[in-house]
Design a binder for this molecule. Structure first.
Ligand code: FAD
Length: 416
């Protein structure tokens, strides 16, 4: 009889883990507290981005963040609150934001992005997958001379890591985007990147998991676990108890609390972002583009363009802040002077909580003290990109196979 696997969380981490475990013959059940699987994985920019080899915890972010925090429409905000989880994360984040962390993180992040990119390529060939996916690169544009200098260095670092990236001046970017009027100095063209429609990918994954014989329990919250010896054998949910041979925790921004129930201390906070869609006829952009100074990412899908951004470290469920969305609109208008983008009605604005680890690297691997528990979370702004690779690694670990890459840098116990 097939071994049973319970996956907690139906975001990109949970669904990719379920897909790859199902492929290896596990009998999978996914539990998600949300009745519609409406989570951070659906409305994001869809970047599959080896270009993102620099973690969130990097030198400069702390000072920059402190300055931004004084401006209510800035791209970064930390909701002040007396919460031990936030203080603990903040202290560890500040300690991690070093040049050394950036250097150490580059290779493992690159490898996981590339593993993921190859996995998404293969997924598209698998029966039942038909999601929008384009391999046309991404342009990371800049306005200031300082950021242009920094961008040239980043392009060189990317090439040192074997990635296809090149600094382009204004005219060269304009040749790639002939229909846009741009207020930029130039940009890095990361030819190595791809992008997809994340909602379509998530729908395809859900359907495929069920076709493989797996079950997805929506609107069911996982409350606790029954421990016996070194194993979790029973998962307690709002719909009763379920037996399992393997437990995978993929609970995104809720992971700190769930991990604590397993005795794992996981520094992690929720970083909320917003996005909205505009008809492509109104904004004929051809490539995904990052507006560096505005911290906005945009993605052209089939008929629409998604604009997304801002990072708000807030308690989950905090009322939406229209000023943050106004900040995205202002940045877009500044970068594209010919584009009269209006503030969208708030009911058309999507929001999602990025699970942010304390050093910008995800937590992927075994939860020590147990023989049958794995975790995959903390992917911050890169979860979609790293999803397929993380799921593949977890399925290999669970099945006792040789893993596709060295995953030591992602050890969930590294802050314990
Ligand atoms: C504006 C924006 C743009 C982004 N753009 C990109 C991009 O272009 N590329 C990229 O790689 N990343 C991007 N990201 C980041 C990416 O979206 C996240 O990293 C990723 O979605 C996290 O996936 P996850 O599965 O860990 O969490 P989630 O998608 O949040 O899923 C976690 C799930 O766990 C469930 N859950 C939690 N606790 C329980 C419980 N106790 N019981 C049952 N269920 C539970 C939740 O309901 C939720 O559905 C973006 C994010 C934002 C906000």
């Amino acid at each position: 009889m097939a071994s049973k696997a319970i996956i907690v969380g139906g975001g990109i981490m949970g669904l990719c883990a379920a897909y790859y475990l199902g492929k290896k013959g596990w009998q999978v059940q996914v539990f998600d507290q949300n009745p519609a699987l409406d989570n951070c994985s659906t409305g994001n920019a869809g970047y599959i981005c080896p270009s993102h080899f620099i973690p969130l915890a990097a030198p400069g972010i702390v000072n920059q963040g402190l300055r931004w925090m004084l401006d209510s429409s800035s791209p970064f905000y930390v909701q002040p609150r007396l919460n031990w989880g936030l203080i603990d994360w903040g202290l560890k984040f500040m300690k991690s934001a070093t040049k050394r962390n950036v250097e150490n993180a580059a290779q493992p992040l690159r490898d996981l992005h590339l593993l993921s990119l190859a996995a998404y390529d293969a997924m598209r060939q698998d029966e039942g997958f038909d999601f929008f996916y384009a391999k046309k690169g991404m342009i990371e544009t800049v306005q200031s001379p300082e950021n242009a200098h920094h961008a040239r260095e980043t392009a060189q670092k990317a090439r040192d890591l074997g990635l296809d990236a090149e600094w382009l001046d204004y005219d060269a970017v304009a040749a790639l985007e002939p229909d846009l009027k741009m207020n930029i100095r130039g940009g890095i063209f990361f030819r190595c990147d791809a992008h997809c429609d994340p909602a379509e990918l998530m729908q395809n994954l859900s359907a495929k998991i069920q076709k493989q014989g797996g079950q997805i329990h929506k609107g069911v919250e996982v409350l606790d676990f029954s421990k016996a010896n070194q194993q979790i054998k029973v998962v307690k949910t709002s719909a009763g108890d379920f037996e399992t041979d393997l437990l995978v925790v993929a609970t995104g921004s809720w992971s700190r609390e769930i991990a604590a129930k397993l005795g794992l201390s996981l520094p992690l906070v929720a970083g909320r972002g917003y996005s909205f869609l505009v008809d492509q006829a109104r904004f004929p952009v051809r490539h995904p583009i990052i507006l560096t100074e505005g911290r906005v990412a945009l993605s052209p899908f089939q008929n629409q363009v998604r604009f997304g951004g801002t990072m708000e470290i807030v308690k989950i469920g905090t009322p939406l802040r229209p000023k943050r969305v106004a900040g995205i609109v202002a940045a877009v208008r500044d970068f594209f002077p010919g584009f009269d983008l209006k503030m969208p009605p708030m009911e058309q604005v999507w929001d999602g909580y990025r699970p942010c680890s304390a050093d910008g690297l995800p937590y992927i691997g075994r939860v020590k003290n147990y023989d049958n528990v794995l975790i995959s979370t903390g992917h911050a702004m890169m979860g979609l990109s790293l999803g397929a690779g993380s799921g593949q690694l977890l399925a290999e670990m669970a099945s006792g196979e040789r893993v596709s890459m060295d995953s030591h840098a992602f050890d969930p116990q590294r802050f314990s």
